[in-house]
Design a binder for this molecule. Sequence first.
Ligand code: ARG
Length: 591
Amino acid sequence: MLPNRFLENLLRESLAQHLPDADTASVLVRPCPDPQFGDYQSSALISLAKERKLNPRQLATDIASKLALPDWAKVEIAGPGFLNFRLSPSILEESLRSAMRGEHLFFEPTRKPRTVVIDFSSPNVAKPMHVGHIRSTILGDCLARVFRLLGDAVIADNHIGDWGTQFGKLLVGWKEHLDQSALQADPITELERLYKLVNTESEKNPDVLERARSELVKLQNGDPENLGIWRQMIALSQRQFDEIYGRMGVRFDQTLGESVYNPQLKSVVQQLLGAGLARETEGAIAVFFERFPDLKPHPALIQKSDGAFNYMTTDLAALQYRMETWSPDEIIYVTDGRQQLHFKQLFAIFRGWQPECQVNLKHVWFGAILGEDGKPFKTRAGDIIKLSDLLDEAETRAFEIVSAKAEERASRTAADGGLELSQAERKEIARLVGIGAVKYSDLLPNRQSDYVFSWDKMLAFNGNTAPYLQYAYARIRSIFRRLETEESVTDLLQSAATSRLNLSIAEEITLVKHLLNFGIVLEAVADEHRPNYLCNYLYDLAGLLTKFYETCPVLKAEGDTRLARLVLCHLAGRVLWQGLQVLGIEALEKM
Ligand code: ARG
């Protein structure tokens, strides 16, 4: 067991004896905010004492004196009643050895595995995926990866927008203006053109609007021709979405579009009417939120006066379907902040409708992507930026940077046979660097703030960026490549599982302590749905590695010291690899 978990359990046991009514699950042992005062800290006793009108320092003293601490840990009482723990090098060495034995990678499954549905990406048929969908795709995919790593069962569900009034206009466009060859070459662009064309026409000509309305009614009534065209539009759009997902390494377990729920919508409305949650208003049907002060001014429509259903109705049906199909512990919706009201309404309606249901519902929302002028991110001509164009540009720019770096390095190291990268290698590196940079720049800011999209910043090799972390990993790999020519790395690392690992320098010790926090950070990401914690953790790790190399020669060291340093590099590399992997970014062997 990892040291902080061990100490946490010990503290919980001791508290359970001392204060049997205390909720020990809330007792946490976390990294000490200031390492000067200790390695780990617990502040739990302060609030527990306050609730009981006890003196917190006295409680801390009583508990600390009864803790059956192992010989590798010391405890001190600080401030108003903090417990500060300090670890001895022996447990640090043992943690490295147990990691080398494959018992953990500084995280352990701790809670009971959950089932989590993540609804993310969810673009709309016949419209290009734009930068607004990029954050949902990147964030949702990252959360899915973190949950999976921690042992949860994840259902990644792409709630594609494949139904709605826009299909009336699209059908008119398809029937009257379709350019087959354009459709074959770039389906979504052609569909978008058709939609815009009919939209403009219908503003001028009420006949066109009427035709769109009647095509929509025919589609809704199951007209075979319209259904056929609609299916083609979905299939063509899906093909282009899949291309982007492939490039980004994003996968879904389910793609259940909005239309899947059409057969249930009528019954959802009936149930809500029956339960007294919804009522008629001016021919439409809405849910009013009398008991929710913040929602009261915003009733939610679930059926329009013409009989059509709303976005909300579909989301209610989807929620019910997900509960019946997977009985998840949690359902997460990843969309931009402008949908906050929608999800507050959805959750409130669902709680009233199915009060016995225990599921945790969470809207994980995010802010906007801004251009360098601080305005919403657009092309120079003021158009919405398409995700595919953005990824192309990322790769092109990364290729220039990677090539320039490779040339610079080749000229510097040619004398001692330095590493040269072929054109094909550089292309592949650029692809991973470019996409990694875009993803990382999206995951790094607090998700609820807007962020400024800057190519220069995200592709910088120095700074808190993906290329910097990928480089840190490649640097570790280069140490092992050099070693490989002299000795068997596998044998060497195997022997570390049982050897003395001599840690004596401050930089080594700080590095191990940082590695030990990997699991704490992963759990915080999962609990708060905030990948930025992991980004910053990995950035700090890369910084500690640089400091470590400055003071601690690795290959030139000897005996126990050399082995310990190789182990540190190896494990830091594995943590970097794993951390990047759950961010959806590929680590690179060479750069
Ligand atoms: N298609 C919607 C959009 O592009 C996002 C759907 C989000 N998921 C949901 N269950 N409502 O804005």
